[in-house]
Design a protein around this ligand. Structure first.
Ligand code: HEC
Length: 580
């Protein structure tokens, strides 16, 4: 009806008396109100009152040309273009209605003035200039959209079962020593693994790093460190994640190189050992050769799932390790997956493994993804081959599905409680929500610089992203909170330097952000977003891999949360919540 309706109104405005004009304005306002409050209307982002929500306040009284300009240029409002596609008359009506929300005068001349202004804007826009394109421009055009990546996707992995094995070897065993603390029934403890390469010199002068790595344990409720143990220097390595056995009795961390030479470098591309540490004495009990250097790990069924930085020539990319025997049960190699595994994730029931995949060749071996991302930030690369996720059946190590990613160098993946969507965080400063069944990208949007770890809040309405500065400069200092439904930031928190992982605690109330830079854990209240406390790591050692262990009323321990997921029946999103 748009144009005709409007013509009628203007004839009325021009030729009838003021009473009729008032009626027409009322009609416009009413129509505008309907559009503003439509299912997918302006209120969704600008609030019922127009005072603003994720979109700014509209109480300044935007003209139809202002709104048109936004619809043309603001991708967040693309949903209005696709769902409402407002005509000029609709824009006039909406603009009129917004004025009533802001108590601005409804001058009868406005609609006429607005329509000519809108016509002028559109006439200008019609003048699209044409410029010559170079052959290179055309090449780039052919590959620049994500749609072109999806359309041309060719399976990277081999078909069928890709199961591989690796024979682990216990190099040394150690006396576990005496317990450093006495766990109490009903209590929950946090474990952290800290190293020697944090950089609190960004905060204060005269920082002297600790001599060696330590396993730290603390009270999850009071957030106080209870005990820690520093490894002998000859066992130390560049710190990375810590993980625990499902029963919460053993911690696994990176140990020194297999040859026994002291690893004082920050080089992650050499092999290293795995140290099995007693959760009560915090001292190592075994040093194990696992075919490479541990990167990340987490509880997986009765096992722990690990992935690697450097791999030995016969090493795996992802492996399942049985903590009873310290043998690798099964795993998979990069060569069978068609690219390098960066890290691996699972869902709450351990149904599938989701491997974050990197195209090979931007640097030697597994350094490819980091190197490519750094080159992109520093302007040496202008485009990259796509990164993807491989969904793997852990029983046969068959790749069931591949998902190309609308971003570069994915670092982190979370599967929601209903196992419907996965959230993926990319080094090149964006994050996506992807439908697991169809592979459809629900949204992709910007985060802070070099985002790394992420966590959903208990009702899964928010995705908290740790803006580490990954590949950018490694001194990111924010946490971006994204609305999981709408897909854009609703809040940015000032955080610690180089905040690496951010994890929802098993009581569902706190987000714990580990700062590699400062050697601290920042704890935020999920509800108020306030910083509750900073937990200082001994000697400001850089914090990696946060785990919570719960002791039940009978004093039986179990791992309830690690960097991968919630475990042992606990899950604030649709499972039991620990109440402390
Ligand atoms: C999906 C969310 C969303 C919806 C729906 C939406 N907007 Fe917006 N709108 C935004 C965001 C976010 C911004 C701010 C963009 C920016 O800062 O670049 C914005 C900006 C604007 C602005 C510019 C404000 C200024 O300060 O310059 C106007 C005008 C506007 N919207 C009008 C509307 C109208 C009218 C509708 C309904 C027809 C609507 N928007 C629907 C999210 C939305």
């Amino acid at each position: 009806m748009g144009r005709q309706f409007l013509l009628k109104i203007f004839s009325v405005l021009l030729f009838a008396g003021s009473l009729a004009a008032q009626e027409s304005i009322d009609a416009l306002v009413e129509r505008g109100g309907e559009l503003f409050h439509a299912d997918i209307g302006c209120w969704v982002c600008h609030s019922e009152t127009g005072e603003g929500l994720v979109g700014p306040s509209l109480h300044f009284g935007p003209t139809p040309a202002d709104i048109f300009d936004q619809l043309e240029s603001n991708p967040i409002m693309g949903v209005i273009v696709s769902e409402m596609d407002p005509s000029d008359a609709d824009l006039v009506a909406i603009a009129m209605y917004i004025r009533t929300l802001a108590d601005l005068p409804l001058d009868a001349d406005l609609p006429g003035q607005w329509l000519s202004a809108l016509a002028a804007v559109k006439a200008n826009q019609a003048d699209q200039l044409e410029f010559a394109k170079t052959p290179r421009d055309l090449q780039v055009e052919a590959i620049e959209t994500f749609a072109s990546v999806q359309e041309t996707w060719t399976r990277r992995s081999k078909e069928g079962s890709l199961t591989s094995h690796y024979q682990t070897q216990v190099i040394t065993t150690f006396d576990p020593g005496e317990p450093k603390f006495q766990p109490q029934p009903g209590k929950t403890y946090f474990y952290e693994n800290v190293g020697t390469t944090s950089s609190p010199s960004v905060l204060f002068d005269g920082y002297a790093p600790p001599e060696s790595n330590q396993v730290v344990v603390g009270d999850a409720e009071t957030k106080e460190v209870i005990a820690s143990y520093m490894l002998p220097v000859n066992l130390r390595a560049v710190v990375h994640t810590s993980l625990m056995s499902p029963d919460g009795r053993y911690v696994y961390i990176i140990g020194a190189r297999p040859g026994g030479d002291i690893d004082t470098t920050t080089n992650l591309s050499t092999s290293a050992t795995l140290l099995k540490v007693d959760a009560l004495t915090l001292q190592p009990i075994k040093q194990i050769a696992i075919g490479g250097r541990l990167h990340h790990g987490q509880v997986f069924r009765d096992y722990v799932m690990i992935d690697y930085f450097a791999r030995d020539p016969d090493g795996l990319a992802i492996a399942l390790l049985d903590p009873e025997t310290d043998q690798i049960v099964s795993g998979v190699r990069d060569v069978d997956l068609g690219g390098y595994v960066y890290t691996a994730w699972t869902d709450r029931d351990y149904e599938y493994i989701y491997a974050l995949m990197e195209p090979a060749g931007y640097a030697r071996g597994r350094s490819t993804g980091m190197s490519a991302a750094v080159s992109m930030y520093q302007g040496r690369l202008m485009a990259m081959r796509p990164f993807w996720v491989a969904k793997i059946d852990p029983d046969t190590w068959t790749v069931l599905q591949e998902y190309p990613i609308p971003g570069y160098r994915p670092n982190w993946l979370i599967v929601d409680a209903a196992k419907e969507y996965m959230y993926i965080v990319n080094s090149m400063s964006n994050a996506s929500k992807i439908d697991i069944e169809t592979g459809e990208v629900v949204w992709t949007n910007g985060t802070g610089i070099g985002p790394y770890g992420a966590s959903l809040n208990a009702d899964e309405s928010e995705l908290w992203v740790a803006d580490k500065g990954e590949a950018a400069h490694h001194l990111g200092r924010t946490i971006t909170i994204i609305d999981t439904e709408l897909g854009h930031a609703v809040e940015t928190l000032y955080g610690p330097y180089k905040t690496d992982h951010v994890l929802l605690s098993p009581n569902g109330k706190e987000m714990w952000a580990t700062s590699n830079g400062e050697g601290r854990i920042y704890v935020y209240d999920v509800e108020t977003k306030e910083l509750l406390t900073k937990i200082e790591m001994p000697g400001n050692g850089d914090a990696h891999g946060l785990i919570w262990v719960h002791y039940d009323e009978n004093g039986e321990s179990r791992t309830v949360r690690d960097q991968g997921n919630f475990h042992g029946g606990i899950n604030p999103a649709g499972g039991a919540i620990l109440d402390y």
